[in-house]
Design a protein around this ligand. Structure first.
Ligand code: BGC
Length: 765
């Protein structure tokens, strides 16, 4: 079956693919299937998952494998997109193991019933979907969530997404996206946690735990999938799907750590990426898929290819035809074929059996991949409860109120205050009039962001409505759109200028449409699109104080706005609660605490720009031309990594370490005093960085090694403590061995990657 599902949201798929199939209601209660698991003995496996007794599962897998034909085994490696009559016949023959793009309890149960009751061995299907930042409840996009620096809260949001998705028959999400991205032209920067491997690893781990819960076999848990393995975010020139050429050191220091963190957190699956990596496509890369992931890290789950990535090996020109593509992907370590080829259909399904017969693929290799997939199906409890149990979800679904309140809290924490001249914010609650202007000000769709899964845009609170909900009856709200997001028409400016002049303040909501970031959404120019900046200028020229709310999926180049607007709030795409969160911040009901998980450049010419770069032989000096810099622009970013303001001031003092020297087996306690020296209570995200003075290979100028959120009342001080263990300072030396080198290290504790206190210590042999 050849379907291009990429333009459909996952919500629409269930409706589009199913009307032509007359499905009856499947049995809602778990039925005995032929290989029903009986053990209730739960143990924690090596990767931290609480599962049924491992030996019990392995025994069942062996038993099942011994009964499977080659065609049935290959069926388990085959993921189908959408369902039709042809797919139903394949299910009955045991030749489909998984679906993508099928949801809704009835649709899923119907297909599952065919697999469990009508196929020879009754092996259940696994249903995958892109549950990226919520399912029915839409949370902030991942880049926004990362701005909260609150992995625990994001874990909770993932738990809610999991139960909502599970109630619609989804067993497996293609998330978290853990690609490090240093290039904001790349639209998929929106889907990940930004530029830093330490922060990215913290979110990778939390998201996996959130989706998978305490026990994968719990009905409210779904399997996670760390993607896109690996280095997809390093696409040359920020152009999606483009070539990646990086050193093994950069791969191991920057791009691999979040995947390792996901594996350590027990992630069930990984997705192999589209990009080529140092000349070898990631979906045919034995070094990363088998040597590192399966051998070095001992990953026991399975790898699914990205959509059509196996077929694309022909375009990469490493495979002469589809058969060779199947051979290369499979022997490199891709266990499951997602969609195969959008034109010709499945690839593993038609080609693998032939490759086995020709002796090019060993049966043991097929068994190994099938084993991995069956293991996850057992761990998910699919053999015990293959169907969506509606009554369970009726009883166990968290209340809508609770889901909304987590979404609101996360949205508030995700907002980053970039500028607040003369403390114009928060606005007075009894302000007389406000002009709310901009194409995104009353927009119900775009705040959902890319990859909103099954949203209801009626649930989206717009900024205009959020403000209306908060202000008193006496505050006059004037609204004008001003222009569209991305056009050249100024004809509605006049209306916007007129209402601005009648108001005490103008709140301008500008930015990108949701489809300008996400997959296949690279931009060569990352200015605020269309006429929107011109609109901001004209309102500013009208002499009205200007507050800019940005909605966007990537850092934008906002030099003029940064210099001239009175206040700027980066809101990213916040999902359902966008307007409530933004209004709460505008009026001081929430004191902003978010910090940037990614550097904001001044110009695309500075890209890639990131805080943890290496030094050069000629670090930039103002009065020395022959140093590493630009003639036409400072080297510094517009806003550094970790930056974000508050309505109060936090001052840092008394940075102390408990020892000046340690051995590589000791640890060190770092303390710093943080004081709220302003008048408003609030949270500060305290950041710990280190820097190796001198090493075998050039060390980064600084690296994030810890962070803590502290709440302080006005005048209150707290001592924040971090522990540094030398293992945290290990790096890959010239021989690509991970080592802790003796020597002097700087310790920096501060507000962001550019504003901190420093001390140092030494590791002695
Ligand atoms: C994307 C993946 C996604 C998959 C399934 C691909 O095009 O790159 O991130 O999980 O489609 O929808």
């Amino acid at each position: 079956m050849k379907l291009n599902l990429k333009s459909l949201s996952c919500y629409s798929l269930g409706f589009i693919l199913f009307p032509f199939i007359a499905y009856s209601q499947a049995n809602q209660h778990a039925v005995q299937n032929k290989f029903n698991s009986t053990s209730s003995n739960k143990v924690k496996n090596e990767q931290g998952l609480y599962n049924q007794n491992e030996n019990d599962i392995e025994r069942k897998i062996n038993e099942l494998l011994s009964k499977m034909t080659l065609q049935e085994k290959i069926g388990q490696l085959n993921q189908h997109a959408g369902a039709d009559k042809e797919a139903e016949e394949l299910i009955k023959k045991g030749e489909i193991g998984s679906f993508l793009g099928v949801s809704g309890a009835e649709n899923v149960n119907k297909l599952q019933e065919l697999a469990v009751k009508k196929s020879r061995l009754g092996i259940p299907l696994i249903f995958g979907e892109d549950v990226i930042h919520g399912y029915h409840t839409t949370f902030p996009i991942p880049l926004a969530e990362a701005s909260s620096w609150d992995p625990e809260l994001v874990k909770e949001a993932c738990g809610i997404a999991a139960i909502e998705a599970a109630s619609e028959g989804i067993n497996w999400t293609f998330a978290p996206m853990v690609d490090i991205a240093r290039d904001p032209r790349w639209g998929r920067i929106a889907e990940g946690s930004g530029e830093d491997p330490f922060l990215g690893s913290a979110f990778a781990s939390a998201e996996v735990k959130g989706f998978q819960g305490e026990n994968l076999s719990d009905k409210k848990s779904i399997a996670a999938c760390a993607k896109h393995y690996v280095a997809y975010g390093a696409a040359e020139a920020g152009r999606d799907y483009n070539t990646v050429d990086i050193s093994e050191r950069t791969l191991r220091e920057i791009y691999l750590p979040p995947f390792k963190a996901a594996v350590d957190a027990g992630v069930a699956t990984l997705m192999s990426a589209f990009n080529s990596l140092n000349g070898v496509p990631a979906s045919a890369n034995y070094f990363t898929l088998t040597k590192i992931l399966k051998d070095e890290w001992g990953f026991k789950g399975f790898v699914v290819s990205d959509y059509n990535a196996i077929g694309e090996l022909v375009n990469h020109e490493i495979a002469a035809n589809k058969s060779e593509a199947a051979l290369k992907a499979f022997t490199a370590g891709v266990d499951m074929d997602m969609v195969g080829d959008t034109i010709e259909g499945d690839i593993y399904h038609p080609y693998l059996a032939k490759l086995v017969k020709e002796g090019k693929v060993q049966l043991e290799q097929i068994d190994e991949s099938v084993r991995r997939i069956l293991r996850i199906k057992y761990e998910l409890g699919l053999f015990d409860h293959p169907y969506v149990d509606k009554s369970y979800f009726e009883k166990n679904m968290p209340s809508q109120k609770y889901r909304d309140s987590i979404a609101l809290r996360l949205s508030e924490e995700s907002l980053v205050l970039l500028k607040n001249e003369n403390k114009i914010l928060p606005l007075k609650r009894n302000i007389k009039s406000i002009a709310v202007i901009g194409p995104l000000a009353d927009d119900h769709k775009d705040p959902l962001g890319p990859w909103a899964c099954a949203p209801d845009s009626n649930n989206v609170v717009t900024v205009l409505n959020g403000i209306k909900n908060l202000v008193s009856k006496d505050t006059k709200i004037n609204f004008a759109k001003g222009c569209e997001i991305n056009d050249t028409d100024e004809s509605n400016f006049e209306d916007a200028i007129r209402i601005a002049k009648q108001s005490d303040v103008a709140v301008l909501v500008v930015g990108e449409s949701s489809d300008m970031s996400g997959e296949a959404s690279s931009r060569a120019d990352i200015d605020v699109p269309g006429m929107q900046q011109e609109l901001v200028k004209r309102i500013y020229e009208a002499g009205v104080p200007v507050i800019v709310i940005l909605m966007n999926g990537r850092p934008l180049t906002i030099n003029w706005i940064s210099q001239n607007a009175n206040a700027i709030i980066e809101s990213w795409f916040l999902g359902d609660q966008a307007g409530n969160a933004i209004a709460n911040v505008l009026f001081g009901y929430y004191n902003p605490s978010g910090k940037l998980p990614v550097t904001f450049p001044r110009s695309v010419g500075q890209i890639p720009i990131y805080y943890n770069h290496l030094n050069t032989g000629r670090p930039p000096e103002n009065d020395n031309r022959y140093t590493s810099k630009y003639l036409d622009l400072p080297v510094t970013p517009l806003y550094p990594f970790g930056f974000g303001l508050s309505y109060t001031n936090f001052s840092y003092s008394d940075l102390k370490i408990d020892k000046n020297e340690i051995s590589d087996k000791d640890s060190l306690i770092v303390t710093a005093k943080i004081t709220n020296s302003g008048n408003t209570a609030g949270d500060e995200i305290v950041q710990l960085y280190t820097h190796d003075h001198y090493a075998d290979v050039s060390p980064p100028v600084k690296e994030l090694k810890g962070f803590k959120r502290v709440y302080l009342n006005p005048g209150e001080s707290k001592l924040v403590k971090f522990i540094i263990k030398p293992a945290m300072l290990a790096f890959y030396n010239i021989k690509m061995k991970k080592v802790i080198e003796p020597g002097v290290y700087d310790v920096m504790v501060g507000k962001n990657s550019d504003d901190y206190l420093t001390t140092s210590f030494e590791i002695k042999n």
